[in-house]
Design a protein. Structure first.
Length: 286
């Protein structure tokens, strides 16, 4: 119980850090270049700008962002996890509050640099929240719902939705900043895709003299199953055993390390897996 409580506080601190970094990034790089970063963050900023430009009304970022995230948060609460949703709501509200509170403080007036470095920092902020089993809201809720329900790595699909948002922004406020915003979003997506690998999958082909022990390592560390193949090694023409399994990419390195600790002579081929059908165990969000 004490360990679980400590882990929960660690997650809360990570969410607070991620929300603070994201808010600082919005006020430092995004506002400085007039970028629309995509997602519900970008949609909130776009609506805020529309209210200001066409109606002369200033609407706080927090109010717009919370309203937009209310439906995705409800879906997350119902289908993904209660604690996950609670931490995500904390991230959304805290980030919005800090965006409204912290004054804009540009580092540079070079739009391209703002787009690139803003995208990198945005990707880092989102990754911090995701590694705490939370999210920054909006399209992240949608992406995780699709990944949990259908087992697909949906981040690049979400990027397509973000491009649509940016096209609308470009038609209203000019194409130059909209195109820089696409650079921002692409950079952010690639950082996220590299650093957060829960929904990416890898296939392991392990040739070993200890297949039962290798299977136990896979089972204990990932809860995934495996298949044993028997064949002939053509160099010595001896019977060989190969264990086949598919694991999440963030699990693969740990599993390979433990297999080599158990069997230093094991030959392991790790391949990226684009798509699988059938049952695949996915650690549930809490």
């Amino acid at each position: 119980m004490e360990k679980n409580g400590l882990e929960d506080w660690k997650r809360v601190l990570m969410v607070v850090a991620g929300a603070a970094v994201m808010a600082w990034n919005i006020n430092t790089f995004v506002h400085a270049a007039g970028l629309i970063p995509g997602g519900f963050t970008g949609l909130s900023l776009l609506l805020q700008e529309c209210f200001q430009a066409f109606l002369g009304i200033y609407v706080p970022y927090t109010a717009i962002n919370v309203v937009l995230n209310s439906i995705p948060a409800f879906i997350s609460f119902k289908f993904i996890g209660k604690k996950f949703t609670g931490l995500s709501v904390l991230s959304i509200v805290l980030c919005g509050f800090l965006v409204d509170l912290i004054p804009s403080a540009p580092v540079t007036d070079e739009v391209l640099l703002n787009a690139i470095f803003g995208g990198i920092i945005n990707g880092l902020a989102v990754t911090i929240c995701l590694k705490a089993n939370a999210t920054t809201g909006g399209t992240d809720f949608i992406s995780i719902f699709l990944s949990e329900r259908y087992g697909i790595d949906a981040w690049n699909y979400i990027m397509m939705i973000n491009v649509v948002i940016l096209l609308v922004a470009g038609s209203l406020f000019g194409w130059t900043k909209a195109m820089y915003s696409i650079i921002f979003q692409y950079t952010s997506t690639q950082v996220l895709h590299t650093m957060y690998q829960r929904y990416q999958k890898q296939t392991l082909f392990i040739i070993t003299e200890y297949p039962n022990e290798v299977y136990q390592v896979i089972r204990d560390n990932t809860h995934h199953d495996a298949t044993l193949f028997k064949g002939i090694g053509l160099y010595l023409y001896k019977t060989r055993k190969m264990v086949y399994s598919v694991v999440s990419r963030d699990e693969a390195r740990r599993v390979v390390t433990k297999i080599h600790e158990m069997d230093p002579k094991a030959f392991i081929n790790v391949m990226n897996t684009q798509q699988i059908t059938g049952r695949f165990y996915q650690r549930p969000q809490d």
